[in-house]
Design a protein around this ligand. Structure first.
Ligand code: SF4
Length: 360
């Protein structure tokens, strides 16, 4: 039986421990995106010897307890040779309802093979794999610095679509990073993705500040709103593919509410709703550092210094102070993953969720 997301409902009332983890499995990457927000990520990043090992994951994961969802990020997650084993270790220890993998899709056969091995073991979780497409053809290749990358990403999508029949728990998607360079040319890409054979939900992430390109995240809120309204309109008119997992309609309603809040954040440049970073969400890097969120430069500590015990790390004074500061509204962002928990675990947003739910 699938791991139920509903077992986490008490976190709506008491946000005492993280239920979502983003694990940056590596800084290594086979693409050269100018807009990458992760410092040092790329083909020249340090190798495996500096990365959090499988044994370290096996020691750390049980201290996190049961998780609602787990996101594998990087770098390119699929360049890590032991991604399947890492996934199994988290699956066995944390019983997540959802495991999410973001990929640039540059290694089609390897990604499909690893995905199949992850799916074979992690049968009771939804395995969501999102392939990045930021433009059509040459535009995608230029933005990611990968000649031929668009065709390889499409091949990855096709191979993954071929697995859907054998694995009901596989969820394929496409994600587009909204950048200053592509923001006014999204209509053609939205149409292209909607018609992709094999389907999958199309999501849009707003670019973050990048150490390589200071201006990539200069987004026109009107361009974002246009894309958000098109995605919502396609959903309501049943023109776009939907999620396959139980609770798909609720997740789609949350997507719509989320995009509205992100637009308002872009316009107002301040936080629109409370953020549960550090309370419901945590980030673990490939070097064992723990952060409340991906935007933060302030490490809560390195789990290697706490005997691989995340609970012990979170009880330390520095981590407690950092988590209190976040509750004080000191920052704002458009980080989509955190909006998910900030919406689903905030009862004040349930009327808005219910309205969107009924419109879908
Ligand atoms: S609002 Fe954004 S930047 Fe601030 S703590 Fe939350 S996720 Fe991090």
């Amino acid at each position: 039986m699938r791991h139920s997301p509903w077992r986490h409902w008490p976190a709506v009332l008491a946000k005492r421990r993280p239920i979502q983890l983003t694990f940056f499995v590596t800084r290594r990457c086979n693409a050269r995106c100018a807009f990458c927000f992760y410092p040092g990520a790329g083909p020249a990043a340090a190798g495996q010897d500096t990365e959090f090992s499988l044994d370290e994951v096996r020691r750390t994961a049980p201290t996190l307890g049961s998780l609602l969802w787990l996101a594998f990020s990087g770098g390119e997650p699929f360049v890590r040779g032991d991604l399947v084993e890492l996934s199994r270790a988290f699956y066995d220890a944390n019983r997540p309802a959802l495991m999410l993998y973001s990929t640039n899709g540059l290694l089609p056969e390897r990604i499909a093979d690893m995905a199949e091995r992850i799916l074979a073991h992690c049968r009771d979780t939804t395995v969501a794999i999102k392939v990045s497409l930021d433009g059509i053809g040459e535009e995608h290749d230029r933005l990611r610095g990968t000649p031929g990358g668009f065709e390889r990403a499409l091949r990855t999508h096709r191979l993954l679509a071929g697995l859907r029949g054998r694995h009901a728990n596989l969820e394929i998607g496409v994600n587009t990073v909204l950048l200053r360079e592509n923001q006014h040319r999204l209509d053609a890409l939205l149409d292209f993705v909607r018609r992709l054979p094999g389907g999958g939900v199309h999501t849009i992430s707003v670019a973050r500040r990048s150490p390589r390109d200071a201006h990539c995240a200069d987004i026109d809120p009107a361009a974002y709103r246009h894309a958000a309204e098109r995605l919502a309109g396609d959903l309501r008119a049943r023109r776009a593919p939907t999620y396959r997992f139980a609770g798909a309609r609720l997740k789609a309603a949350q997507d719509v509410v989320q995009r509205r809040l992100i637009h308002d954040t872009l316009v107002a440049r301040r936080r629109q709703i409370p953020c549960y970073a550090g309370r419901l969400n945590l980030v673990l890097t490939e070097r064992g550092e723990v952060f409340a969120c991906e935007m933060s430069d302030a490490s809560l500590g390195n789990v290697r210094d706490y005997g691989y015990d995340v609970r012990r790390l979170l009880r330390a004074p520095a981590a407690r102070a950092a988590r209190r500061a976040i509750a004080d509204d000191a920052c704002h962002c458009t980080h989509e993953c955190y909006f998910i928990t900030n919406i689903l675990f905030n009862p004040r947003l349930y009327p808005a969720l219910a309205r969107e739910y009924l419109r879908l």
